[in-house]
Ligand binder design. Structure first.
Ligand code: FNR
Length: 346
């Protein structure tokens, strides 16, 4: 691999800065929603079914490892471990952006480890809205991917000293969804999506979105740390939190399959995101933190406990299946009610 490639260098910096800024004390977004328990659950914990249909394939849990990395030595390690962990848990796993592979095909091994270490699992390729359909198909073919994520990262590009200054993505997305031979999910990278965005995506034929809101990994902060000249952390205030973005999807939930990510830290966050309409819930910062700070075997223990607690919360709200979660009563705090009113969601 070429040593000084700036895009590769940036990917490595993202990994380590994400860890530097990671905090267990997530932004209190999910605290604005209360889930009410069921005093008479009428169920046995061992009968609780956590499985979910993920774009046509049955997965064991309503969680997935979202896009993180590829294209460098450290990313080969992380993608290998992510794939192994995803295989153990029987959950989907995504590649980080494969733009580096399209430009430098010699980086392919850092991506293909995802498939080699998870031969029968659900693996997603990932490109930016800049990619055309042919390029997108190339990334799908490389990973024998089951789905393709197309990421929207305008705010991140604007915060990067070397970032793009021109954003014409809708035609590419339309072309991709019409021509690529697997389901397509359009995702944000931690700044959320609004009703306007969802409307535009629907109009070009998109059926699946990951709203990936603000509250966890913050690329305004990460890019500011890479940029010696400017502090651009205020850019995150443009953005929508994960809970706000989920509210924005309210009117679209019969037309779009909604996935949620951004700041997921606890099983309770997962259950709340599912209650607000997500089909499955993605995490990047949290799993990367466990792999960077600890180890693969520690991450395995962490996620085994995470799954146990997921069941415990489902028992407490009387949910025997993921679909049952949608029936649990919830209460919004004042700031969310205010948000929803102003956005004409309620
Ligand atoms: C990301 N994310 C990301 N997303 C994407 O679509 N393509 C990418 O290449 C990357 N790269 C990337 C690198 C690192 C180090 C992190 C932590 C994240 C964004 C990610 O998929 C997700 O949308 C956000 O990180 C929000 O989720 P978390 O991290 O708060 O769980």
């Amino acid at each position: 691999m070429p040593k000084q490639d700036p895009q590769m260098q940036r990917k490595v910096e993202h990994l380590f800065l994400a860890e530097k800024f990671f905090t267990d004390e997530a932004f209190a977004d999910f605290d604005r929603v209360r889930l009410l328990h069921d005093a008479l659950p009428e169920l046995r914990v061992e009968d609780i079914d956590l499985s979910v249909d993920f774009l046509g394939k049955k997965m064991a849990l309503p969680i997935y490892f979202n896009a993180i990395t590829g294209g460098s030595k450290p990313s080969t390690r992380f993608n290998t471990e992510l794939a192994q962990l995803a295989q153990k848990l029987d959950i989907p796993v995504s590649s980080g952006s494969m733009g580096v592979f399209l430009r430098l095909p010699e980086t392919k091994d850092s991506f293909t480890v995802l498939r080699e270490n998870n031969p029968d699992g659900f693996v997603m390729a990932n490109v930016s809205g800049k990619a055309n359909a042919e390029q997108a198909q190339q990334t799908v073919d490389l990973l024998h991917a089951d789905a393709l994520q197309v990421h929207l990262n305008a705010l991140q590009e604007l915060a990067m000293p070397e970032g793009d200054q021109s954003f014409f993505w809708l035609d590419n997305i339309k072309e991709i969804v019409e021509n690529v031979n697997v389901p397509v999910i359009v995702k944000e990278v931690g700044f959320g999506m609004s009703q306007n965005d969802l409307q535009k995506l629907l109009a070009v034929g998109i059926k699946n979105v990951d709203i990936s809101g603000f509250g966890g990994t913050d690329f305004a902060q990460i890019e500011s740390a890479r940029n010696n000249e400017l502090d651009l952390t205020y850019l995150d205030r443009f953005s929508l939190s994960t809970v706000e973005s989920l509210l924005e999807t309210n009117r679209f939930q019969d037309k779009l399959t909604i996935f949620a990510s951004g700041g997921i830290r606890t099983p309770m966050d997962v259950v709340k995101a599912l209650r607000l309409g997500a089909k499955s819930v993605g995490m990047s910062g949290l799993v990367l933190h466990h792999l960077q700070k600890y180890s693969l075997s520690e991450a395995e223990i962490f996620f085994a406990e995470f799954v146990k607690q997921l069941k415990l919360i489902m028992a407490a709200i009387g949910a025997k299946s993921i679909d049952d979660i949608k029936k649990a009563p919830i209460v919004f705090d004042e700031s969310l009610v205010n948000y929803a009113k102003q956005r004409q969601i309620i």
